[in-house]
Write a protein that binds this ligand. Structure first.
Ligand code: MG
Length: 390
């Protein structure tokens, strides 16, 4: 039975490619709703609240964390999915899970762990998100991981190198690695989650950046996506020009930016759907990316991204803390490689059962990747006697 509100090109839960370990259907929920619920109840999901998005967790209570970021991505994703008659439940599941594999300390942590793992196959947060839902969560009697549907796992594995895709393909022929080898696209729901992620962080990083004092409203006036909406807001509400209304003006500008991008994606994607006319998700896979911005909005969004990169992510104050974060990850890795029994028992046991140096290093990477910022800082202090952050 097809859910009647879904378009023919959507992922229909009744036509899911299913789970790796077959399970009886749930009496009241579709498979994608069930995936969403499993993700929300997972340990990795709860840890997102103490993981860095841009600002380290201890730097302030109002900055986005990985958790609030993921919730904002899911909100944007659902809202666009409904307009395009895609599966909102699948979009929500993928959006909530998309950052589960992130290390503590954001991209600095991931870069440091990738460098530590250079001789052992590297570390990549997308692949790690898949590892979390496929094997690292241990809460069900019949399987490791959350045993999610193919479509949810496909959406979580947003990028994958050819080397890793080949490994996945050996483990699971025709599975989630195959599209990278065939150079195909994922479902429209998965494509949407990528774009919702981008819309969310571009907007909230402006908010957090201004709140932190690292970027200013004056600097942002050079960014067309921001400035056009700021002028619109001022034209409609001239009182927002008053100095005491700066925050309201910022929020109203960001709100208008979000709406403009959401409506742009809906329009541009509708046009792409009309041009390509996919009748089924399997046809979508062989087409170009269909969930997209208009060319103009794409250009504006890239300009904002470049601005945030140069002025926020590379701000000397951010770089200073991320240098310390890198050191924490590097030294934790070295310490556990020397004394694996210092890890939590379940990881120490996995190490004891490992068959090669690479497998041992992977256990250490899994342990470190799962840490929250503050647990990593505490562990580092316990093992080295040095407190570098917080
Ligand atoms: Mg994200």
């Amino acid at each position: 039975m097809l859910e009647s509100h879904l378009a023919s090109y959507a992922c229909h839960p009744a036509q899911s490619r299913g789970r790796r370990v077959p399970e009886e259907p749930a009496p009241t929920r579709t498979p994608y709703q069930r995936d969403r619920d499993r993700i929300v109840h997972s340990t990795a999901f709860r840890r997102l609240v103490y993981k860095t998005q841009v600002f380290l967790n201890h730097e302030g209570d109002l900055f986005r964390t990985r958790l609030t970021h993921s919730i904002e991505v899911a909100q944007l994703g659902r809202s666009i999915a409904r307009s395009l008659r895609l599966s909102e439940d699948l979009v929500e599941a993928v959006c909530l899970a998309h950052d589960l594999g992130h290390t503590p300390f954001g991209h600095a942590g991931q870069d440091a762990l990738h460098a530590c793992m250079a001789a052992f196959g590297g570390f990549e947060h997308n692949l790690q998100s898949l590892r979390v839902v496929d094997c690292l969560e241990r809460r069900y009697p019949r399987f490791d991981g959350l045993n999610l549907c193919f479509e949810t796992r496909e959406g979580i594995l947003k990028h994958c190198s050819q080397v890793h895709a080949k490994v996945l393909e050996e483990q699971e022929p025709g599975g989630v690695g195959a599209r990278f080898l065939l150079r195909q696209q994922p479902s429209l729901e998965a494509q949407l989650c990528n774009l919702a992620d981008e819309i969310a962080y571009n907007a909230h990083d402006i908010d957090d950046g201004v709140r932190s004092g690292l970027i200013t409203l004056e600097q942002l006036q050079a960014i067309p996506l921001f400035e056009s909406r700021r002028l619109q807001a001022l034209a409609e509400f001239p009182a927002l020009a008053a100095p005491e209304s700066q925050h309201r003006l910022l929020y109203e500008t960001i709100r208008r930016m979000l709406s403009a991008q959401v409506y742009d994606v809906i329009d541009a994607t509708r046009q792409a759907l009309q041009a390509h006319r996919p009748g089924h998700v399997n046809e979508v896979r062989a087409m170009p990316v269909l969930v997209r911005f208009s060319e103009e909005m794409h250009g504006q969004s890239q300009a904002l991204k470049r601005f945030l990169f140069a002025n926020l992510y590379r701000h000397p104050q951010v770089v200073q803390t991320t240098d310390n974060a890198r050191q924490v990850v590097r030294e934790l890795f070295a310490a556990y490689m020397q004394q694996p029994q210092a890890m939590k028992p379940v990881f120490a046991q996995r190490w004891a059962g490992a068959h090669s140096g690479s497998e041992c290093a992977r256990v250490v990477a899994d342990f470190i990747a799962g840490m929250t910022d503050r647990f990593a800082v505490k562990e580092h202090e316990r093992l080295t006697g040095q407190r570098l952050l917080g």
